[in-house]
Design a protein around this ligand. Sequence first.
Ligand code: PMP
Length: 356
Amino acid sequence: MHKKLFIPGPTEVREEVLKAQAQWMIGHRSKDFGELNKRVIEKTKQVLNTKNYVFWYTSSGTGCMEGALRNVVTGKVLHTVNGAFSDRWFKISKACGKQAASVAVEWGKAVKPELVDTELAKGGYQALTITQNETSTGVRNPIEDIAKLVRTKYPDVLILVDAVSGLMGDWFEIDALGLDVVVASSQKAVALPPGLAVSVVSQRALDKCRTVADRGYYFDYDAMLKRYEKDFQTPTTPAISLFWALDLELDSILKEGMQNRYRRHVEMAKFTREWTAKYWQVFPEAGYESVTLTTAANTRSVSVKDLNGELGKRGMQISNGYGDLKEKTFRIAHMGDLTMADMKEVTAAIVDILKL
Ligand code: PMP
């Protein structure tokens, strides 16, 4: 049975997009694949309004998080942590033997520019990581304010952004903010199945990568670019089926218009947040709520597991809280190709099941 996914990844994928994958295989060294890859890269740049390098990897987002560290981090790196995924980047950094430091705030709270300023003022940092949309708590960090602060006061510090659950749903200006690396996965607001991840890389990040001898192999930006220069091929075998799906989805995004897509996300977020405030409590700090998912504090102490079981019978699925927040919170995603009608359907079903 098809369950419509209101979980923050993998998110609901339209049937047309699923079907785009079902084509006879082509060789990845063929002219056809090169043309497909070129189209995908150009359309991605157009959607994101960026002139930076775009590298689509056959990987999940975590791979690109590790790749960013390996490519450009040679000195001290500051990780801002306010949930499970921002903490993951810190852990990856330690696993890669980087000089990793972290500054943490309570789950549910946002990372503020003042906190970043206090830490960077201590000096010696080469890079900073920020999680644009912390999926474990539903907090959207103020990356615009943080980036403006860093670009003004600490111009040499590289800014690495995890936009895994925000990119192509939420909106921020990559080039104007001077973001050096932005990473995201296909199975979130891009509304594709899992399996692809993107890194958007600035010129100075690419220049830096070229000076790093032990930057690794699979995610090497320079190697990727060198292959692109040869008829838009990729260094290793890509998930070709997913590239077909991506090609189609990018057409849909361009047709809708990225700003309209963003407005649709804002509208769905507002609706879901207001519904949450009416029946529960909004978990994230006020003013920093995610545009792509809403986290509700389970103030009625219902069994989220049982609720999801009942929703399942009606062909829908939401997400329990993450880690320690399981059963204490639940999450409703409104990302990708979901619509206001979908949000009305899932929230009405919850009201009906729980007789609210
Ligand atoms: N960062 C964030 C903010 C995420 O939400 C996720 C996935 N839930 C990841 C990183 C990891 O992405 P992936 O599962 O694609 O490796």
